[in-house]
Ligand binder design. Structure first.
Ligand SMILES: Cc1cc2nc3c(=O)[nH]c(=O)nc-3n(C[C@H](O)[C@H](O)[C@H](O)COP(=O)(O)OP(=O)(O)OC[C@H]3O[C@@H](n4cnc5c(N)ncnc54)[C@H](O)[C@@H]3O)c2cc1C
Length: 553
């Protein structure tokens, strides 16, 4: 029987990202996907800036951008009677404004899922430790105290085999059979509205080129539909929303009928349209009650199914595995106890619930559930969710409180105040090295790293003893370009911040304590769920870094 440390079930964006992250953390994995290739339909298109920060840290950002559209080619959201008809409302999402550059070194990216997945697949296949097998279905998964045993069926030959893994990630989508086999209940409403997703070829530039939008919402008496920009030229998605409310059934959407509806929504009776595919789907707003069952972890749509209004489904999923991969690596490599793995649920499940609820609130405000509820537009929060994108705050044993509270904001959905409060994303600050600009975001995301203030060099010895990478900012070759670093991170001249491999702050010390080694050692012990860590120079500590921390000196 083949043995592997981690089995990844499902090769959608979440499974593929898990494979990349585990490989980069030095963990061998096997990904199995039942289809012969990656997605053939564009579902998700909006990759938010937080996910792009993660892909930047992985080294795949440029390839994703190449496969997608530049942000300026999708800078608006438009509501109209038809594409050729009256424009009702236009919105510039926050992410498209200049203000977004202040909080992240990267912009969001519009890249359709069927363009994104081949990029992730090719990149995952180039990583040394991740193996990918397509046309292979997991039909059963059992576990005991020591391992997960899965039954794999080769869909081409019908051959069955068993694989034994120490842990499994179920990234097998909204209908997850693994979740069903585990009997994990889903919380929240199912089937809140129905929709079809139509992929088409039509040259829509005459009605779109002068107002390049990511979405064109059509408010027509016959339908509530959405043109989804893919290449902004002749490849588009078209969603028909709230079918039942307009008297449609999914079976009505033959290619001929679909083309007719696209022409009606475009307001162009003789539009040349070729229908490439029609996929009916139903939006739900439900979240798994628990993300961990023994050695099996739910991630992505298997863990949370949310309406696409807001574009959070895939983003939440890939950030789930960003949270999980390093924890699995630390446990498999002997640096952490099992307790660290519980923090995956503790940190991600509440966030999954909030994000799902906000996505549903967007859908309600857009009249997705009730035709009469609204004629056009959306609540002000829609696509202005920077508080949710950058401001998530984790509370778990993998975060050491420092006695402060996170910055107060009037609206946690829209408002983001950069802060290195433990449990939050380590904020972006511009730095400079040898005349080159780099972000604090570029220093993290590959092992633990201790960022130290200008007079905080004494932290280094403590960090080295624990096998942690350190970066001293402001005294030496790495300069604080815009003078914001200490203030944004809440440090004085001798303080330090410990950033976890997922870019979240695990611990912070405003100033130098009497015994920095003891403080740092205790913080790491707490995060890793270990009872004791050495603090004296003579003791040997497990290593938490990977020796290759980007930017570490
Ligand atoms: C119209 C629409 C628009 C959307 N827009 C956005 C957006 O802009 N931004 C965003 O973030 N999200 C968006 N989403 C949501 C996004 O598409 C999903 O959240 C995303 O696909 C989830 O990824 P996943 O990898 O968890 O699951 P999936 O993409 O469903 O992948 C699961 C994979 O597992 C495989 N699988 C299942 N069972 C097995 C098994 N037993 N053995 C082996 N393989 C198996 C499946 O074949 C599949 O390939 C949108 C969704 C829709 C419908």
């Amino acid at each position: 029987m083949e043995e592997v440390p981690v089995l990844i079930i499902g090769g959608g964006p979440v499974g593929l990202t898990a494979s990349i992250l585990l490989s980069q953390a030095g963990v061998r994995s096997l990904l199995v996907e039942r289809h012969p290739g990656t997605a053939i339909h564009p579902k998700a298109r909006g990759i938010n800036a937080r996910s792009m920060e993660m892909y930047r840290q992985c080294g795949v950002e440029a390839a994703i951008r190449k496969a997608g559209l530049p942000p300026e080619r999708a800078g608006f959201i438009v509501w109209a009677r038809t594409l050729a008809g009256e424009e009702i409302e236009r919105r510039v999402p926050w992410r498209s404004g200049a203000q977004s550059a202040a909080v992240s070194p990267v912009r969001n990216c519009l890249c359709a899922q069927d363009d994104l997945e081949p990029v992730l697949r090719a990149f995952a296949e180039r990583q040394p430790a991740g193996r990918l097998r397509f046309s292979t279905e997991v039909t059963a998964c059992e576990q005991d105290d020591t391992a997960v045993t899965a039954t794999l069926v080769d869909r081409a030959s019908g051959t069955q085999e068993r694989v034994r893994a120490q842990y499994a990630i179920a990234a097998d989508g909204a209908q997850s059979i693994i979740r069903q086999q585990l009997g994990v209940p889903m919380l929240g409403p199912e089937n809140v509205y129905d929709s079809v997703n139509i992929l088409l070829n039509a040259d829509l530039r005459p009605w779109t080129a002068d107002r390049p939008a990511a979405l064109y919402f059509i408010e027509h008496p016959k339908m509530r539909g959405t043109f989804l920009t893919i290449n902004g030229i002749d490849r588009w998605g078209f969603l028909v929303n709230s079918l039942a409310a307009y008297g449609y059934k999914a079976s009505d959407f033959t290619p001929e009928r679909s083309a007719e509806l696209v022409r009606t929504a475009a307001g162009v009776a003789d539009l040349d349209v070729k229908i490439l595919g029609v996929v009916p789907w139903t939006a739900s707003a439900r979240v798994a009650e628990r993300y961990r069952t023994g050695r099996i972890f739910l991630a992505g749509d298997a863990a949370h199914e949310m309406p696409p209004t807001g574009g959070f489904g895939m983003n939440t999923g890939v950030q789930d595995v960003h949270n999980l991969a390093w924890k699995l690596a630390c446990v498999l490599q002997g640096a952490a106890s099992q307790r660290l793995l519980d923090t995956y649920h503790d940190e991600r499940q509440p966030l999954g619930q909030t994000t799902t609820q906000q996505s549903l609130n967007n859908a309600i405000s857009m009249g997705r559930l009730d035709r009469a509820a609204k004629t056009a537009g959306a609540r002000p929060e829609y696509l202005n969710e920077q508080g949710m994108i950058f401001g998530a705050q984790y509370e778990s044993s993998a975060v050491v409180p420092d006695g402060t509270t996170p910055p107060a904001v009037a609206n946690p959905i829209t408002d983001y105040v950069p802060s290195a409060h433990p449990g939050g994303r380590a904020p972006h600050v511009w730095l400079e090295r040898g005349g080159q600009r780099l972000s604090t975001i570029d220093l993290v995301g590959n092992g633990f790293v201790l960022l130290t203030a200008p007079a905080g060099k004494a932290w280094r010895e403590a960090a080295e003893r624990l096998g942690l990478g350190t970066v001293n900012i402001g005294d030496g070759e790495l300069a604080n370009a815009d003078g914001q670093w200490l203030e944004t991170y809440g440090l004085d001249e001798t303080g330090a911040v410990l950033v976890r491999p997922d870019g979240y702050v695990g611990w912070r010390s405003r100033a130098m304590p009497a015994d920095p080694a003891a403080n740092l050692g205790e913080a790491m012990a707490s995060i890793m769920g270990r009872l004791h860590l050495p603090s004296s120079a003579g003791e040997v500590a497990p290593s938490y870094g990977d020796g290759g921390v980007k930017g570490a000196k």
